[in-house]
Design a protein around this ligand. Structure first.
Ligand SMILES: [Zn+2]
Ligand SMILES: [Zn+2]
Length: 109
């Protein structure tokens, strides 16, 4: 799967405590299922931080991405955990994309 925000950048599969996420090494963004995201947010801070890389970049955040799984245009939604954090979700497969820095932001919520 390719990063929805960086051209020609492949997502790397990472595992944190049995939770599977796909991460972009360039922007630090992560792709996962909604259930995986809730599990990730329930982890102790230090563990989840392993995949909470990257820094929030407003320009990258504002650019709507396409789902890395099926190419559908993703929808920008406010995170239920912290309304100021705008995450992206695929209307088709329900996957979730967090830009670099957003997971860190949600962990702090
Ligand atoms: Zn990227
Ligand atoms: Zn999708």
């Amino acid at each position: 799967m390719n990063c929805p925000k960086c051209p020609n950048q492949t997502l790397v599969s990472r595992e944190v405590r049995g939770i599977q996420v796909d991460q972009c090494d360039r922007c630090g963004g992560i792709w996962c299922d909604p259930t995986e995201l809730s599990k990730l947010l329930a982890l102790a801070d230090g563990e989840a931080r392993r995949v909470a890389g990257g820094r929030a970049d407003p320009a990258v955040n504002a650019r709507a991405g396409k789902c890395p799984r099926d190419g559908k245009q993703m929808i920008r939604v406010a995170s239920a955990r912290k309304r100021e954090v705008i995450i992206e979700t695929c209307p088709d497969c329900r996957g979730v994309w967090l830009d670099g820095g957003e997971l860190k932001e949600l962990l702090r919520a």
